[in-house]
Design a protein around this ligand. Structure first.
Ligand code: 4AD
Ligand code: MG
Length: 479
C-alpha cells in the first residue's frame, strides 16, 4: 500500500512521543541544507522535518526545492526549536516530484492577491488560500448539516433550464445550433425547434422555481448548486458563476423565513468558529495586516473574529423598506450629497452604497430589509395587503451588502396570473409552476444565500474572486 501516511494536522495534535511515521507533502522552505518545512494542505502549520547532516546524499538534498513533493519516513521527536512541540527526524526521504525552483511561480514571500489570481492553479499552496478553501469546505459542510438536522430534503434542481426565474434576462444560452447558417423562422428569428432541447434554453439563474415544486411535496427542501448570471458587473461582489443555497419551505410566512435565515447564518458562522479556529485566526491576522495600509477611517472597527462573534451574539436589525428609505433620505450623508445615487424617495431600487450605509454606518450590524415595492422585485413575491409592496426580504451584511434575497411566495393563483400578465411573463412557459397553485396551494417562503458572499464575510476576503477556486467573470474563464 502506498498511502499509509499521517496527515500533518493530526500529527501536530499528538504528544511528542517517539514513534515512526510517514508523512507526504510539498516543501515550503528548506533551510541550512537541514530543515524542511513540509506542508500537506491539512493545516497552514508546516511540519519541521530534520535531515540530519551527513545522513543524506548531496544529490538528494539538491532536489529538496520549494514545492517539490516528498515522502518522508522518520521518527517523531520533541522539538528543541521554538514554535513547535514536535518534529520529525528523517530516516528516508523520497522525492515524489521535483520542482524547478527557478521556474516555480510562487516564491517564499508575500505575493499580491492580484498576482495569485493569475496563478490560481497554484494558489491553493499558499497560506491565505489554504485557509480560505478549508473554511469554504467547512461552511459547505455546515450548510448540509444545518438543513439535514432540520429534516430538509436536498433537492438537485436542473442546471439547464428554459426559464428565467428572476426575470432579469441575465442568462447564458445553452445551444448546439451552429453560428453559421443558423436555422431561422420565416420572420428571421432563430428556430429553436431545431435546437438540442427543441426550445430556447439557458443556464439556471436560480433553482427556486423547481425548489417550490419540491417544497409543496416534502414540506422543506434546499438546493445548493452552481448558478449563472451574465451580468456585466465587474465588481468585487459579482461572479458569472457562483454557488447559491436556496431553502424553500411550505407553511412559512415572511417572518418564519427571516427567522430561519438568521438562524442559518448564525449556525454556519458558529460552526467555523468552533471547527476552523486556526484558519480563522490566520485570516484575521491577514486582514489586520492588510488594513494597516489603509487610512484610519477605512479600517474596520472590529477584527474578523470579533465581528463574527458580534454577529452571533446580536439580533439582526429588521426594518421595512419604507423605514429604510426614510433613514437614508434624512441621513447627513444624503443631505451632503455624498451618495453617488441620490436617495430620491419611495419606489427607488437601493444601490449597494445605500445598503452599506444602513449596515455599516447606521445600524452597525446585519439588517433584514422587508416589504419592498412590488415594482422592483420578481414576479413570484407575495403581494401585501397594501397592494403596493411585496413580502420580500433581503439580508445585508457589513462589508458585503446583500447576501440573501428571499420572499414569501404568491400562492394565490388568480393574483399570480394577474401579476404575470402585467409583467409580460407567458403563462404557457410556467404551466408546471402554476400547477402548484392549482393543486393544494399553501403559503410558502424561501430565500437564496450567495455562498461566495457568505465566505467573503466569514474570511474577510475583500474580492469575491479570492473565495472561489476558479472565478468566472466578464472576459475571464482561465483554468
Ligand atoms: O437576490 P437573488 O437574485 O435571489 C434569487 O435568486 C432568489 N431566487 C432566491 C430565492 O428566494 N430562492 O440572489 C440571491 C443571492 C444574493 O443575495 C447574492 O448573495 C447572491 O445570490 N448573488 C450573487 N453572488 C455572486 N455573484 C452574483 N452575480 C450574484 N447574484 C446574486
Ligand atoms: Mg437580490
Amino acid at each position: 500500500m502506498f498511502n499509509k501516511r499521517i496527515k500533518i494536522k493530526e500529527l501536530l495534535q499528538q504528544e511528542p512521543a517517539e514513534q515512526q511515521v510517514t508523512v507526504m507533502g510539498w516543501v515550503r522552505t528548506f533551510r541550512n541544507n537541514q530543515f524542511i518545512a513540509l506542508n500537506d494542505g491539512s493545516t497552514n502549520t508546516n511540519l519541521q522535518v530534520v535531515a540530519t547532516l551527513g545522513m543524506f546524499d548531496e544529490s538528494l538534498l539538491k532536489r529538496i526545492t520549494t514545492s517539490a513533493s516528498l515522502k518522508i519516513t522518520g521518527t517523531v521527536v520533541p522539538s528543541v526549536g521554538k514554535g513547535q512541540k514536535l518534529e520529525v527526524k528523517a530516516d528516508t526521504i523520497e522525492i515524489l516530484g521535483d520542482s524547478d525552483a527557478e521556474a516555480y511561480p510562487l516564491q517564499p514571500k508575500k505575493h499580491s492577491l492580484e498576482f495569485l489570481r493569475e496563478k490560481a492553479h497554484l494558489r491553493f499552496r499558499t497560506n491565505t488560500f489554504g485557509a480560505v478553501f478549508r473554511v469554504r469546505h467547512a461552511l459547505a459542510f455546515a450548510v448540509h448539516r444545518f438543513f439535514n438536522d432540520k429534516g430538509f430534503v436536498y433537492l438537485h434542481t436542473p442546471i439547464v433550464t428554459a426559464s428565467d426565474a428572476e426575470g432579469a434576462g441575465e442568462m447564458f444560452r445553452v445551444t448546439t445550433l451552429p453560428f453559421e447558417n443558423t436555422p431561422r423562422n420565416e420572420d428571421g428569428s432563430v428556430n429553436f425547434k431545431e435546437d438540442f432541447f427543441g426550445k430556447s434554453t439557458n443556464l439556471t439563474v436560480s433553482g427556486q422555481l423547481e425548489g417550490e415544486l419540491g417544497a409543496t411535496a416534502f414540506g422543506e427542501i434546499y438546493t445548493f448548486g452552481p448558478t449563472f448570471r451574465a451580468e456585466n458587473s465587474n465588481t468585487a461582489r459579482h461572479l458569472a458563476e457562483f454557488w447559491m443555497i436556496e431553502p424553500e419551505m411550505a407553511f412559512y410566512d415572511l417572518e418564519d423565513n427571516a427567522n430561519l435565515a438568521e438562524e442559518f447564518i448564525k449556525y454556519i458562522i458558529r460552526y467555523v468558529l468552533e471547527n476552523n479556529r486556526e484558519d480563522l485566526d490566520f485570516l484575521a491576522q491577514r486582514l489586520a495586516d492588510e488594513e494597516k495600509q489603509l487610512p484610519q477611517d477605512k479600517r474596520s472597527e472590529m477584527g474578523l473574529i470579533e465581528k463574527l462573534e458580534f454577529v452571533l451574539n446580536n439580533d439582526f436589525q429588521r426594518l421595512s423598506y419604507t423605514e429604510a428609505i426614510d433613514i437614508l433620505k434624512e441621513s447627513n450623508h444624503n443631505k451632503k450629497k455624498k451618495f453617488q445615487y441620490p436617495v430620491t424617495g419611495w419606489g427607488m431600487d437601493l444601490q449597494s452604497e445605500h445598503e452599506r450605509y444602513l449596515v455599516e454606518k447606521h445600524f452597525k450590524k446585519p439588517v433584514i430589509l422587508m416589504n419592498y415595492p412590488a415594482s422592483i422585485k420578481a414576479f413570484y413575491m407575495r403581494i401585501n395587503e397594501d397592494g403596493k409592496t411585496v413580502a420580500a426580504m433581503d439580508i445585508l451584511a457589513p462589508g458585503i451588502g446583500e447576501i440573501v434575497g428571499g420572499s414569501q411566495r404568491e400562492e394565490r393563483l388568480d393574483v399570480l396570473l394577474e401579476k404575470m400578465e402585467k409583467m409580460g411573463i407567458p403563462e404557457e412557459e410556467l404551466w408546471w409552476y402554476l400547477d402548484t397553485r392549482r393543486f393544494g396551494t399553501v403559503p410558502h417562503s424561501g430565500f437564496g444565500l450567495g455562498f461566495e458572499r457568505m465566505i467573503q464575510f466569514v474570511t474577510g476576503m475583500s474580492n469575491i474572486r479570492d473565495v472561489i477556486a476558479f472565478p468566472r467573470t466578464p472576459k475571464s474563464a482561465e483554468f
